[in-house]
Design a protein around this ligand. Structure first.
Ligand SMILES: Cc1ncc(COP(=O)(O)O)c(C=O)c1O
Length: 416
């Protein structure tokens, strides 16, 4: 058995399934790799929407510079998990007045202003509190390079100021008395596995930053590059080569930073899945095997309710199977449709996936499940037991579940 399967098997035995496992050593490796390749230019900000587990946040607080929150709920979680609000930026297109008020009141680092309304509210509230609030202005570029499957550039979107019409609103934002523009923010696409497309996208960012900063005479303290760095989810996906990204962008970044206006700017990579996605596994057990009309269905104890992305309903146009394996290994000899326990035909984890011959009780591990797992899933649908979450460092494992108080039974726990 592989070392990984020994570890995952221990978790399944101790805690039962369905369970998410987050391997901190894998995140540590990832951090080291990002810093080795891109550290000369970039600081890191963790986009906590991808995984707001408090124990993970706590673990990250001592290891990552900054955090991005997208609601007051996230801001509170981050604070409770040891993050100084000064290290937080607050993005999101629909911030309510009470959220803006709380963020300003607790001393959030920067409010990422996405429209004029937010800016006006923030200025008024900051003024009433007798202070000036730092803001980043979020810009929505007109283009992303080919290769960004998942993007929001050049189309109608709720996010940030459209670059084509930014001149209509920006003067008004800059004139607001109680805001201090510390920089600009762009996040226009995600899940890109092509180094050259990422480099091209960063060139677009730099050109937008340059243009806006020159025209409005902004000398930014911070510039956020919403990272776009993708991870392999499916068979045939190739992991992103960070050294190729670094080689492709080095000269442009050096030239950018040599410009006096940007010489003191902190460049920030805001990223979620690339940091924690591949460090997470989702473990689900086979409850039953049903032959049906020439196919074999493996019915599992956790499906779409625990892992919406794997079911293809989270940013995927055509369902493709996540990479997965049966714990304990074995040759993939048999073809299965894997489904979850929900009473809906859209609850599927895999179609025609090749696995070893499955039996009741076998545990399947879905890969790349550390981001957009529980937080992005309809956990309460049909009141199945929510998944556990386990943080694992070496052989030490800790139950860090947050979703288990709603359902009045422990079905699925080891031994139940
Ligand atoms: C503003 C912002 N920043 C960062 C992220 C993180 O994206 P990813 O997990 O693809 O790195 C998101 C994801 O939606 C986002 O909306």
């Amino acid at each position: 058995m592989s070392d990984l399967d020994v570890r995952l098997g221990k978790v399944a035995q101790r805690y039962g399934t369905p369970t998410y496992v987050y391997l901190t050593d894998a995140i540590e490796d990832r951090l080291n790799r990002i810093r080795a390749a891109l550290g000369p230019w970039f600081e890191l900000s963790y986009a906590m929407k991808c995984n707001p587990n408090p124990a993970l946040l706590e673990w990250l607080a001592g290891r990552v510079d900054l955090i991005d929150v997208s609601s007051v709920g996230e801001l509170r979680l981050a604070r409770q998990s040891g993050w100084d609000p000064l290290r937080a930026s607050f993005t999101g297109p629909g911030k309510r007045l009470a959220e803006i008020a709380e963020a300003i009141d607790c001393g959030v680092g920067e409010l990422v202003v996405e429209n004029l309304r937010e800016a006006q509210i923030a200025s008024r509230l900051a003024g009433e509190a007798g202070r000036t609030q730092d803001i980043l202005i979020r810009l929505a570029p007109a283009t992303v390079p080919k290769g960004f499957g998942d993007h929001m550039a050049g189309r109608p979107s709720a996010f940030g100021f459209d670059i084509e019409t930014v001149d209509q609103d920006l003067p008004a934002v800059l004139a607001l008395p109680h805001l201090n523009v510390v920089g600009l923010h762009i996040y226009s696409g995600t899940q890109c596995l092509k180094p050259q497309a990422i480099c091209e996208n960063y060139r677009i960012f730099m050109s937008v930053f340059r243009d806006i900063c020159e025209r409005y005479d902004i000398t930014p303290r911070k510039l956020v590059f919403g990272s776009g760095l993708g991870i392999p989810y499916h068979a045939g996906d190739t992991a992103l080569d960070l050294d190729e990204v670094a080689d492709g962008i080095r000269a442009d970044l050096e030239a950018f930073r040599a410009e006096p206006r940007f010489a003191a700017s902190r460049l920030i990579l805001e990223l979620g899945r690339f940091l924690v996605g591949e460090a997470g596994y989702f473990l689900t057990s086979v409850v039953a095997i049903k032959p049906s009309r020439g196919h074999t269905i493996g019915i599992c104890d956790g499906g779409m309710n625990n892992h919406l992305p794997a079911s293809g309903h989270f940013g995927m146009v055509i369902h493709r199977n996540y990479r997965m394996h049966r714990i304990g290994g074995g040759e993939a000899t048999d073809k299965y449709n894997l489904v979850g326990p929900l009473c809906t035909s859209i609850d599927r984890l895999a179609s025609a996936v090749m696995l070893p011959l499955l039996a009741e009780g076998d545990v399947i591990a879905l890969h790349s499940s550390g981001a957009y797992g529980p937080t992005a899933s309809p956990i309460h649908f049909i009141s199945h037991t929510p998944p556990r979450e386990v943080l694992m460092t070496g052989d030490t494992m800790r139950d860090v579940s947050v979703h288990r108080d709603r359902i009045p039974n422990g079905i699925g726990d080891a031994g139940a």
